[in-house]
Ligand binder design. Structure first.
Ligand code: SAM
Ligand code: SF4
Length: 347
């Protein structure tokens, strides 16, 4: 598929044509990564953030958010629960902080998670841009995957959705650094952003291909009413963004074949079946929410984020039924590395 083909598919709205697209993506998924879904239990360990991304509900400038930071013991207990529930991997996610105290805190948390799970749990980090030294420390402590969305591969759009002191080039450089330091690297974009064109989205897929990423975590942009970008998103259309999100998954699967692709929570926010639809369009990873219920309401990145009143056990039960309903299996107790990572030259 070239850029033009991608663009034509992104423009398509005919339901029967889209069914063909999803079926082809599913065929490729089955052939290259199989139909086992891998879980990454996500622990949203803090909403304290030094950044001010114009779209995000926990941006520093949002004074309506009650800030929290889980303790190392709380993180370790949550990770222990993930291990007991046979999730092979967890993701530690938070707002961005680049201070030494935070670097040390995460390093200790990683050590403790490894201890409580006797080395079983795979650890993915999603903690924003960091220095090489910090990334090395965390890798040495036992983290082995890192998710850092580029948000959009169009630099001028990136500048429009961030304040002036946020830099596309620095974010891009951080992605390269992650690969050099040995991490499995995941990136992704938001889909349906104000000012974003279908050409931008086609270029995003080509960006994933060019950067040879191992994992993709992308999802629809959803408005948060207390953010500056909400002003630019008056014509926000959830149904359209959901469809665009599914098309992006399918096209990325068809082009990149053996990468891991997450069916993200943002899809579920736009439709109760959003994540199953994502799996049927070519995704193979789900990130069940493990955050203790008392913190969930404070980690609201966008409006109508689902499962805020639920707990990890309820989330697991609900997911098992949903995955079963589409005839797929869950890869319990497995890290589920992407075949792409296992094949690629790491030096
Ligand atoms: N602070 C880290 C970072 O920015 O990489 C990790 C946490 S951040 C909350 C994780 C992701 O949430 C971002 O990469 C962004 O794509 C997504 N996000 C934030 N606000 C969103 C919104 N309004 N709609 C959809 N996704 C959003
Ligand atoms: Fe902070 Fe990440 Fe939200 Fe940006 S997207 S404001 S870095 S939590």
């Amino acid at each position: 598929m070239n850029r033009n083909d991608l663009l034509q598919w992104l423009e398509t709205t005919d339901p029967s044509r889209l069914e063909e697209l999803y079926a082809e993506a599913y065929r490729i998924k089955r052939e290259h990564v199989g139909t086992t879904v891998y879980f990454r239990g996500i622990i949203e360990l803090s909403n304290i953030c030094q950044k001010n991304c114009l779209y995000c509900g926990i941006r520093k400038g949002n004074s309506r958010v009650e800030r929290y930071q889980m303790s190392i013991d709380e993180i370790a207990q949550t990770a222990y629960l993930a291990d007991q529930m046979k999730y092979g991997s967890i993701v530690l996610q938070s707002g961005e902080r680049q201070d030494e105290a935070f670097a040390q805190f995460i390093e200790e948390a990683i050590h403790k998670i490894k201890r409580v799970s006797e080395g079983r749990l795979g650890i993915t980090l999603s903690l924003g841009e960091q220095s090489r030294e910090t990334l090395q420390r965390w890798f040495k402590a036992g983290a082995h995957r890192y998710l850092l969305r580029i948000e959009t591969s169009n630099e001028s759009l990136y500048q429009k959705i961030h304040p002036d002191d946020h830099s596309f080039q620095e974010r891009f450089a951080c992605l390269s650094m992650l690969r050099q330091e040995g991490y499995q690297v995941g990136t992704g974009v938001m889909i349906g952003l104000p000012f974003q064109t279908l050409e931008d989205l086609a270029d995003d897929i080509l960006f994933f291909q060019k950067e040879a990423v191992d994992m993709i975590g992308m999802g629809p942009y959803i408005v948060h009413e207390d953010t500056p970008l909400a002003q630019e998103a008056k014509d926000f259309d959830g149904k359209k963004n959901l469809e665009l999100g599914l098309k992006m998954i399918a096209l990325t699967r068809i082009l990149l074949k053996d990468v891991n692709i997450a069916s993200t929570t943002a899809l579920q926010s736009l439709s109760p079946e959003g994540r199953e639809l994502g799996l049927k369009a070519g995704a193979n990873i789900i990130m069940p929410n493990m955050t203790p219920t008392k913190y969930r309401k404070s980690y609201r990145l966008y409006d109508n984020k689902p499962c805020l009143d639920e707990n990890a056990l309820l989330c697991r039960g609900c997911l098992e039924n949903r995955i079963d309903s589409i005839g797929e299996k869950i890869g319990y107790n497995q890290w589920g590395d992407s075949p792409h990572f296992l094949k690629r030259d790491r030096h």
